[in-house]
Design a binder for this molecule. Structure first.
Ligand code: GAR
Length: 189
């Protein structure tokens, strides 16, 4: 059985989509969802879906090996950041080489880096007058949004699009491709 651990900071609609995608798969299981926000909506989703969740604070994450020990005990084949907004500390990157992936709501290397998440990205894309945007699924290293790219998918931006409609298009791409890429990585591992 292949094991996925998810990290999320907010709504968790990607988390829910990934859980649904694998729920009838006898070879893959989502074991736990970790979050840095006590009131994140993703926790309600986990309760509703019967998935274990764990909330941690900044000190535990950056100044102790607490989360490293939790992850080691969960023995994940893949650690998936699905809307997780904190930088991953070195101890985790070093202990799980090529096992941590992230989804970014733009075509990296554009619109990445600190502060570039969620609607901030879509507002910057709208202001840029770019004619396309998309998603990037990539390995995680110690720097925000800089690990090797695994997959990108694009969507057109129409003049009438707003940051909100761009966000909707991006979520559709994420729901379609993120579980497929996770599935593929687990099959190849
Ligand atoms: C997703 O669009 C994801 O790409 C983005 O946050 C959203 C989370 O939505 N991640 C980042 O911006 C990371 N820099 P969700 O909570 O509904 O899944």
């Amino acid at each position: 059985m292949k094991r996925i651990v998810l990290f999320a900071s907010g709504s968790g609609s990607n988390v829910e989509n990934i859980i649904h995608y694998f729920q009838n798969n006898a070879n893959v299981t989502v074991t736990t969802v970790l979050t840095n926000k006590r009131d994140a909506k993703v926790l309600d989703r986990c309760n509703r879906l019967g998935i274990s969740s764990l909330c941690f604070n900044r000190t535990a994450f950056y100044s102790t090996d607490c989360i490293l020990e939790v992850l080691k005990s969960l023995e994940p084949d893949l650690i998936v950041l699905a809307g997780f907004l904190w930088k991953i500390p070195t101890n985790l990157v070093k202990n799980f080489p090529n096992k941590i992936i992230n989804i970014h709501p733009a075509l990296l290397p554009k619109y990445g880096g600190k502060g570039m998440y969620g609607m901030n990205v879509h507002r910057a894309v709208k202001e840029s007058k770019d004619q396309e945007t998309g998603i990037t699924i990539h390995y995680v290293n110690e720097n925000y949004d800089e690990g090797a790219i695994i997959h990108q998918a694009k969507t057109k931006i129409e003049p009438a699009d707003s940051p909100e409609t761009i966000a909707k298009k991006i979520h559709e791409l994420e729901y379609k491709y993120f579980p497929l890429i996770i599935d593929q990585l687990l099959t190849d591992s």
